[in-house]
Design a protein. Structure first.
Length: 249
């Protein structure tokens, strides 16, 4: 599958980030987290409270099973974050003893440290989130804004939003893979062909000629016709609008 844009840069060094799931209940969510990681260019996954992954996780990790196969398992969150330099924990609710920052503030914090800083992103159980005891293992507690407290973001959705926010910071310059428009003269020739077809069908006449011509030039000008566009439009106006061909069918 060819993507419409290439990502030539990685300004945040995504390889230094580790996603940590603390006591997840649903194996399918773990697979969806792996998929979110693959979509956004992150690869390190740690799981606390489980010893293995089941077929349910593999089933939802579409084209992302390599991340699951390399996942590391830990018995405690303290162990899972012990080698990391800076750890962020996600929460949906206000905490009495912990200052909560927004996800955008969290990104700013990350950018303020050197590129070799090893970052951990911790997400809690689907039902209970991270406990206050678990939050003692993080440096910053961050929140993803939402309209109301309930329903909270699904685990995989919270991970995806977080990683996509970071992804956008790491790849700000996108290189388009879209084909270039055909030369301007060829665009004009295509528009003139369409105008002739419309005139032949009686749609274009002296009363509306100027107005319709301007509208079509504006419309197709903004389309910046590619070779594919020209082939399609030529087929539509040569064959698709030919009443004699339609009658034969």
């Amino acid at each position: 599958m060819k993507l419409p844009y290439l990502l030539p840069e990685d300004r945040l060094n995504r390889a230094r980030f580790t996603v940590i799931l603390s006591h997840p209940e649903n194996q399918e969510n773990i697979g969806l987290v792996a998929r979110a990681m693959k979509n956004t260019g992150f690869s390190r996954l740690r799981v606390v409270g489980k010893n293995e992954l089941t077929a349910e996780a593999l089933r939802t990790a579409v084209h992302s099973t390599d991340i699951l196969k390399k996942a590391a398992f830990y018995s405690s969150l303290a162990e899972a974050v012990s080698d990391l330099n800076l750890v962020f924990g996600s929460t949906v609710r206000l905490r009495k003893a912990f200052k909560v920052i927004t996800i955008d503030e969290a990104v700013s914090r990350i950018k303020s440290y050197s590129p070799e800083t090893k970052i951990g992103l911790v997400f809690g159980n689907e039902r209970t989130g991270l406990s206050d005891t678990e939050l003692r293992q993080v440096n910053f507690v961050f929140h993803i804004p939402q309209v109301g407290r309930q329903p909270s973001y699904n685990l995989a959705a919270a991970v995806l939003i977080t990683l996509y926010t970071l992804f956008r910071e790491s790849a700000t310059n996108l290189i388009s893979q879209l084909p270039p428009p055909i030369p301007r003269k060829e665009q004009t020739d295509c528009i003139e062909l369409i105008l002739k077809k419309l005139e032949k069908r009686g749609f274009l006449h002296e009363t509306n000629r100027q107005h319709v011509t301007d509208l079509l030039y504006d419309l197709f000008g903004r389309l910046a016709l590619s070779e594919r566009d020209r082939r399609f439009l030529t087929a539509v106006f040569n064959k698709g609008l030919d009443p004699s061909l339609n009658q034969k069918q």
